[in-house]
Design a protein around this ligand. Structure first.
Ligand code: TUI
Length: 310
């Protein structure tokens, strides 16, 4: 089996998390230039936005980068065509089933790596032609599944033959090593990149990450079937109070409409949704992407050799 670095043409076995409305060409190029796989996350944007970001990313890096497609997007099917036309090399998907697009993508030579929340879904996407899967635990930020990274990753590793990339709850060397100990061949990092110099979010968002403690994330939308992990704030509390009080889906959607954009672009501390993973509590500084990636891997094999179990 090829390792992830050979498979994707990167230096370090690290993939940037999707991060809708956040991961544009600037962040993607920074990650790819630093030796990881950067991704432009289309989120709810349209195909014109994506074409423009791909063009900018090509100006900013000559290294490989990919596109992350959020499958709940109303534009998903047109975006699916654009990645083929633009000769994108790697596509990751989230928040749904990439099945309808997988044949066309693999025929076009695109390496497809779906984010999966369960063993059954991992097996299904492997059969359909995925080259690897990202097993994302519920520690992650944004839209999440039920299982933890610790429980999910080894079960997926045992169930599929393609490489497994671990995601959710990874922000330092100990967690990278733990992911590899569970059988992962790479890691996906999201929250840690929010606190990077190149991440194009409002300074209030970065400061909220830096100031967060371990228990400062909360899951909204569990009852409505779309659980999303965010940093605690008045918006998140109001959402859960309304949901507990029996608010309809429509009322809840009205409350959250545009809330991620309010966090990302306006830094609106009251009514923004600041998506972040549980590792926010261990992030203390804003650093360049290159430093973040090098710190995750430098000397990691010596660190591994120092582990003493019995
Ligand atoms: O997709 C993510 N994280 C995201 S997407 C996003 S934008 C958004 N905002 C509000 C509500 C919904 C989306 C913010 N964060 N991570 C990957 C991920 N994929 N997590 C869970 C899943 C998933 C869930 C169910 C993947 C497949 C799936 O299967 C559905 C099916 O068809 O069986």
């Amino acid at each position: 089996m090829k390792n992830i670095c050979e498979l994707l043409g990167i230096k370090y076995p690290i993939i940037q998390g999707g991060m809708a409305n956040i991961a544009n060409s600037q962040l993607a190029a920074a990650v790819s230039n630093a030796g990881g796989l950067g991704l432009i996350a289309v989120g709810g944007n349209d195909s014109e936005w994506l074409r423009n970001e791909i063009r900018k990313c090509r100006e900013l890096t000559s290294n490989v980068f990919g596109v992350n497609i959020m499958l709940l997007s109303p534009y998903a099917s047109e975006i699916a065509k654009v990645v083929i036309e633009e000769k994108i090399k790697v596509v990751t998907t989230g928040a749904g089933n990439p099945g309808p697009y997988l044949n066309d993508w693999t025929e076009a030579g695109i390496k497809v790596i779906p984010v999966i929340p369960s063993v059954a879904f991992a097996k299904r996407t492997e059969r359909a032609g995925a080259v690897a899967v990202i097993a994302e635990g519920t520690e992650a930020g944004g839209h999440i599944g039920e299982l933890t990274t610790m429980a999910l990753v080894p079960q997926v590793v045992d169930a599929v033959r393609i490489p497994v990339i671990a995601a959710g709850g990874i922000a330092d060397q100990r967690q990278v090593l733990a992911a590899f100990a569970l059988g992962a061949k790479g890691v996906q990092i999201g929250t840690l990149f929010l606190a990077s110099e190149e991440c194009p979010i409002h300074i209030n968002y970065k400061n909220k990450i830096i100031e967060a403690k371990d228990t400062d994330t909360i899951v909204t939308g569990r009852a409505s079937g779309a659980p999303v992990r965010v940093l605690k704030n008045p918006m998140a509390r109001e959402y859960n109070q309304m949901a507990a009080g029996g608010a309809t889906l429509e009322e809840l959607e009205k409350l959250t409409l545009g809330s991620l954009r309010r966090a990302v672009f306006d830094g609106d501390l009251e009514s923004g949704s600041f998506m972040a993973g549980q590792v926010a509590g261990m992030i203390r500084e804003i650093k360049p992407v290159k430093v973040i990636i090098e710190e995750l891997f430098s000397g990691i094999n010596e660190y591994k050799n120092r582990l003493e179990v019995i």
